[in-house]
Ligand binder design. Structure first.
Ligand SMILES: C[S@@+](CC[C@H](N)C(=O)[O-])C[C@H]1O[C@@H](n2cnc3c(N)ncnc32)[C@H](O)[C@@H]1O
Length: 218
């Protein structure tokens, strides 16, 4: 059974400020603390629906920048013209597709992807790690040296291994739990800055059975 939450401060704030979800405040906190985003940047937003990160990314990168917003679910319109919306599965999208949609070098990959939760902590953790590995795989192929990867991960046994894999690719990797992330939520963010390149031996992660991620759900 899912947890029922009362609508909290951030839910009401998002409504008032015209954002599509309360999740936007997590990204705003990341920006406030680490400042990875700048006007003119091209970024990829993985797991973008309903679109509050997309709104904020578009706000910060501005008209000279680009946001490629990818989700399994359809996103409703009404987004600024610097946003390219793609309905698709991150496990099937290729680096070449992302680059062509971005129309130039991609400065950052932002993943708020989350699996459909089963209620079984270990299963949800492993599904979340698989999504994070995919984000890292795509980032390995699209980011220039110095690029940034931000991912949401559900905490569990494989977090430290994933963090080390980031450590071999980025100069700085930091864990961050935004205040706007519910205290009882297992989610936490990794902010990986200054991409130094993927290790030579980096393997292609096997493509998981995407039915786990309910790709047909809408
Ligand atoms: C927490 S929501 C994202 C909220 C969004 N960042 C916002 O601010 O509105 C997680 C999203 O990840 C998406 N997702 C999960 N697996 C995915 C996959 N394999 N490819 C693309 N999107 C995926 C889900 O469809 C869901 O919309």
């Amino acid at each position: 059974m899912g947890v029922h939450y009362e609508h909290d401060h951030f839910f009401h704030l998002a409504k008032k400020e015209g954002y599509r979800a309360r999740s936007v405040y997590k990204l705003k906190e990341i920006q406030k603390k680490f400042k990875p985003l700048r006007p003119g940047m091209r970024v990829v937003d993985l797991g973008a629906a309903p679109g509050s990160w997309t709104q904020y990314l578009a706000e910060v990168v501005g008209r000279q920048g680009k946001v490629v917003a990818v989700d399994l679910h359809t996103m409703t319109g009404g987004l600024p013209r610097q946003v390219e919306v793609v309905k698709g599965d991150a496990f099937k999208m290729t680096a070449e597709e992302l680059e062509s949609l971005a129309g130039g070098t991609i400065d950052g990959v932002y993943s708020d992807m989350a699996p459909k939760t089963s209620g079984m902590k270990q299963v949800d953790h492993l599904r979340s790690v698989a999504l994070c590995e995919r984000a890292m795989y795509l980032a390995d192929r699209v980011l220039p040296l110095g690029g940034t990867l931000v991912v949401k991960i559900f905490q569990g046994a494989d977090l430290s291994g994933y963090r080390s894999a980031l450590g071999s690719r980025y100069q700085k990797v930091r864990l961050f739990k935004p205040k706007s992330s519910r205290r009882d939520s297992v989610e936490i963010f990794l902010v990986a800055e200054s991409f130094k390149g993927a290790p030579e031996e980096a393997e292609h992660p096997p493509l998981p059975d995407t039915s786990l991620y309910d790709p047909m759900a809408d």
